[in-house]
Design a protein around this ligand. Sequence first.
Ligand SMILES: Nc1ncnc2c1ncn2[C@@H]1O[C@H](COP(=O)(O)OP(=O)(O)OP(=O)(O)O)[C@@H](O)[C@H]1O
Ligand SMILES: [Mg+2]
Length: 257
Amino acid sequence: MTKLQAKNIVKRFDHNGTSVVALDGINLNVEEGDFVCLVGPSGCGKSTFLNIIAGLEKPDSGEILLNGKEISTPGPDRTMVFQEGALFPWLKVIDNVEFGLKIAGIPKGERRQISERYLDMMQLTKFSQSYIYQLSTGMKQRVAIARALALDPEILLMDEPFAALDSQTRDLLLVELQLIWERTRKTIIFVTHNIAESVVLGNRVAIFKHRPSKIKKEILIDYRRPRLAEDENLLKYQHEIIQELKSEVIEQKKTGD
Ligand SMILES: Nc1ncnc2c1ncn2[C@@H]1O[C@H](COP(=O)(O)OP(=O)(O)OP(=O)(O)O)[C@@H](O)[C@H]1O
Ligand SMILES: [Mg+2]
């Protein structure tokens, strides 16, 4: 079943009186339980597109359909994990994970059950009573993922969530996220500029063209899981994406933006 449909999304931004076309007709279909990665040159509009899906920004034209119905505002059916965890430093780990559930009016006992399940999944049980400042960057990111999953969204939106991590922590989380995805069958849309990461995670990788942005190509990554970043069989997919992106970077250099 098609979970999410982006239809001809156009978005312009004003830059000192000049209109910059960030997105120039983005079309994307995401099936239920799919894991789609979005890659493309810096500034091509990946975050803007994700924000539009989240309902945090409005497109100038086009529409986003969730389960066939148009959406234009944020909702509990979509949760976002940002590059930097965006956690509440004054709350304990467990209270961060439960925050959205509390807002949603879920009773304390049930909240605790849910948060403990996801903290266990992210191997954070020992740290549930710690404060955010006592955690490493990787642990903070795992709290952010636990918090997003605890809300049981239909779609998990992730904007470069692993970009600030060291490569060992990232490799671990790449495997963990695949296992979580297999267990929960969430629909995931994941933005990254890291091509290796995109082929490890995605069932599909959608490649954005340089501004004005469109989706240039979608590549199917039909390979067994869990995938490891160092698996050489993934290299052919990486090469295919790099070839597509090369011309975009050259174009970006030519136009100077
Ligand atoms: N709030 C804003 N106001 C004005 N221009 C914006 C705004 N947000 C984004 N833009 C412009 O839209 C374009 C796309 O930005 P966006 O952040 O979506 O790119 P991106 O693909 O996520 O880049 P990166 O890989 O560097 O994160 C850029 O030209 C940027 O300057
Ligand atoms: Mg971005």
